[in-house]
Design a protein around this ligand. Structure first.
Ligand SMILES: *Cc1c(COP(=O)(O)O)cnc(C)c1O
Length: 399
């Protein structure tokens, strides 16, 4: 690539350097394994494979069929699901397919409101979901930051939605899937779990599984799960055909077989004892980091976390979320902004999936929190050097 296309080679090498030189604390990011990258960069990328194993619209699919069957088998075993569809190109594509399988345009859907941590696919007017369905938003308690299940129940009784969505981009606690199931049953709604964030913790036994409760589980494969960028759907046998048809031919064309193979690799990794240890360490690290950030003066939403994800208000340190994100980025500490359960100010959202893959443990977390507060005090250049040192001790892809 360097010889043929130095411009793009520079981007790739530069990005490898950037990822290794700073701390990647974006809650949705991780470092997938060299085996996953090998599948992604393989000639499976060349293969057209519309349809499903044994029933393709193209010839020559005998080998990619093996890859997809392995991915499906491993996913169903890993999550204890009757059926898995591993073709969605992204988490959003998985949610679109779930809606396509269960809903008609104009149907009412109850989901976490976007100001509280709902995803774009949970009714944003800028997204197909907000355009084609009638979304009602539930919130979180302004003081505690926790889901108010009584509010969810009252909204479900009042609006009689066709589906209820449980899942968020920013909720740091375990949702009570049984409570959502009960509300859905009482009001005659489907329950869709959008477990894009916690599905990797579920795989490693570090978070409760939505699979026994939800009619359909939507997920990504690239967040804590540490696979390739992509989506996945899990459901019971009775919805299997509807889900498969909602992915292909309804919302997608040919499956990306390099990505499907990489998902199989990731599911294989996630079934190992090493991954269980990893998933639990991710949570231990997040709890330690949340505590240490509180110690530095950040107001941590819900007072902590059950997961890999932390949201915090930096305003006690004299900056709001957007300014904080900029100062942190200048020091090599990469985080997102997010909404906060109270007021209009922005907070920061971060996660420990990537730094844990690098091998960091709870002993590193207080140091990261100190670097955060130094960076916000404007000690950028000094902090950047310390961040580079710390990251250098934990290379994501050791030579
Ligand atoms: C990340 C996420 C998605 C979307 O995933 P993409 O792969 O970016 O499309 C959907 N829902 C939730 C709750 C998410 O966190």
């Amino acid at each position: 690539m360097s010889r043929q296309d130095p411009e793009i080679a520079d981007v790739v090498l530069g990005e490898m350097g950037r990822e290794a030189a700073g701390l990647q604390l974006i809650a949705a990011e991780n470092f997938c394994s060299p085996a996953v990258l090998a599948a992604l960069g393989s000639p499976l990328a060349n293969k057209y494979a519309e349809g499903y194993p044994g029933a393709r619209h193209h010839g020559g699919c005998e080998l990619v069929d093996v890859a997809e069957r392995l991915a499906v088998d491993r996913a169903t075993r890993l999550f204890g699901a009757e059926h898995a569809n591993v073709q969605p190109h992204s988490g959003s594509a998985a949610v679109l397919a779930a809606y396509a399988a269960l809903l008609r345009p104009g149907d009412k859907v109850l989901a976490m409101g976007l100001p509280y941590g709902g995803h774009l696919t949970h009714g944003s007017p800028a997204n197909f979901s907000g355009r084609w369905f009638d979304f009602i938003g539930y919130g979180v308690d302004h003081e505690s930051g926790l889901i108010d299940y009584e509010q969810v129940r009252l909204l479900a009784r009042k609006h009689r939605p066709r589906a209820i969505v449980v899942g968020s981009i920013a909720y740091p606690r375990h949702p009570d899937y049984a409570a959502f199931r009960e509300i859905a049953d009482e009001t005659g709604a489907y329950l869709i779990a959008d477990a894009a964030h916690p599905i990797g913790l579920v795989a490693g036994g570090a978070a409760p599984s939505p699979v026994p409760y939800a009619d359909v589980v939507c997920a990504t494969t690239h967040k804590v799960l540490r696979g390739p960028r992509g989506g996945m759907l899990l459901c019971g046998a009775e919805l299997a055909t509807r889900i498969d048809r909602a992915v292909f031919p309804f919302t997608q064309g040919g499956a990306q077989m390099h990505s499907v193979a990489a998902k199989a690799v990731a599911f294989g990794e996630a079934a190992t004892p090493a991954f269980r240890t990893y998933a639990h360490q991710v949570v231990t690290n997040a709890r330690a980091l949340a505590d240490a950030l509180e110690g530095q003066g950040f107001a941590v939403t819900t007072g902590g976390t059950d997961t890999h994800l932390i949201t915090a208000d930096p305003s006690p340190l004299g900056v709001e979320g957007r300014t904080a994100r900029g100062r942190l980025a200048a020091a090599g500490l990469v985080v997102d902004c997010c909404a906060l359960p109270y007021g209009d100010e922005r907070g920061i959202r971060l996660g420990t999936a990537a730094v844990t893959t690098q091998g960091m443990r709870e002993s590193e977390m207080p140091r990261i929190a100190e670097l955060f507060s130094s960076a916000l005090r404007g000690e950028g250049p000094k902090v950047a050097a310390e961040v580079r040192d710390l990251a250098g001790d934990f290379p994501p892809y050791p030579a």
